[in-house]
Write a protein of this length. Structure first.
Length: 366
């Protein structure tokens, strides 16, 4: 059980903001799936509520168990992640041409969503335990290899969007661990040089189509560019104050595909307008800054690296989903954390914040 003295060190304000964002997410999912003929939301709402309940249980578990105990078992956590990802490739449930889920009966589990937490934990332990002085090239190669294995497995599902979210986690922890600018520049140059190879051999046809439609959505307005165009229309139609709850025509009349999932931000913008968007983005900014402060006050390097990595993954996903919804980034299957529909996503996100609060809470303990 948790020491009652630690309860006074829990960041209750951060907990409250996370719950507010989760509640807004439920409201937006209800609106996006609302059927006026039955005056009810779709089945996604009840599923998300169950997932949120499970996520809160996982949140408490990650808060109660000392993160240093989890750090001692980082290799086991990483190994379990790889086993689940390999299992998905051979026995996973296929939906829409992607094999990303494990059938657990009442719901499907998407192991890739837990990749960011696992990578943050194992890299945090690796760089905290390795030499603290001048690092060698081998340190960065080993760190990159640790990330490369799950990255490749997730990309093979295929789920390139989720695979990419591992990169900011890795880079942020490396920078905190002392990665020099020259190594970062070298990695960027190598990435640029490998772009033609990745475009030809690594990307699926539909992924290349998404990039092309982002650059010129009007070339296929009823096909690959449809989502991009509709998302822009939806975001722009909200104006200053929005059309009102349940009054969004783009989502209500199904002009916007998967509005409850990838494009939940577009639904928010249409119904609540610029002011509503500003309020929600303000909440996200608060969560990010508060989490970074938890990294700053962490008692040890493991805690600092862990929090920094989780926060980086969360921040990247928020920024990408918002820019994608506004038509400023190619369409990818990346949820907006805490708001979008997705059971594994909400559970993994809440587990991450449980660990962040865990590190912050234990900064005064031995």
């Amino acid at each position: 059980m948790i020491d009652r003295r630690l309860l006074s060190h829990i960041d209750w304000v951060l907990v409250g903001v996370i719950l507010v964002l989760s509640a807004i997410g439920l409201a937006m999912i209800y609106s996006a799936t609302y059927d006026p003929t039955t005056d009810r939301g779709g089945p996604q709402l009840s599923r998300q509520m169950w997932a949120l309940a499970l996520g809160l249980v996982a949140f408490v578990a990650c808060l109660v168990v000392d993160y240093r105990v989890l750090a001692d078992h980082a290799a086991l956590v990483y190994g379990c992640l790889l086993l689940l990802l390999v299992y998905v490739l051979f026995f996973g449930v296929e939906v829409g041409g992607a094999q990303r889920w494990i059938d657990l009966g009442p719901f499907n589990l998407q192991p890739s969503e837990f990749g960011k937490i696992s990578i943050a934990l194992v890299l945090g332990v690796f760089y905290a335990d390795s030499r603290r002085g001048k690092r060698r090239l081998s340190d960065w190669v080993i760190g990159a290899a640790i990330v490369a294995v799950p990255f490749i497995l997730i990309a093979r599902e295929p789920d390139l969007g989720t695979a990419i979210t591992l990169l900011p986690v890795c880079l942020t922890i490396m920078i905190f661990a002392g990665l020099r600018l020259k190594f970062l520049a070298a990695m960027a140059i190598i990435g640029v040089l490998l772009t033609p190879v990745a475009w030809t051999y690594a990307l699926e046809d539909y992924q290349r189509s998404r990039v092309a439609s982002f650059l010129d959505p009007e070339q296929d307005p009823r096909g690959a560019g449809y989502q991009q165009i509709q998302a822009r229309i939806t975001v722009g139609s909200g104006g200053l104050t929005g059309k009102g709850f349940l009054q969004g025509t783009q989502s209500q009349y199904n002009f916007l595909p998967v509005a409850h999932n990838d494009f939940i931000f577009s639904v928010l913008a249409e119904e609540q307008g610029f002011l509503g968007v500003l309020f929600v983005l303000g909440l996200y900014l608060f969560v990010i800054l508060r989490s970074l402060d938890a990294a700053r006050v962490a008692k040890d390097r493991v805690g600092m690296f862990l929090v920094a990595g989780i926060t980086a993954g969360f921040t990247f996903q928020v920024i990408y989903n918002v820019t994608m919804s506004a038509g400023l980034a190619p369409v990818k299957g990346l949820t907006l954390p805490l708001l979008s529909y997705g059971g594994s996503s909400i559970i993994a996100t809440l587990m991450g914040f449980g660990l962040i609060l865990n590190v912050r809470m234990r900064r005064f303990t031995n």
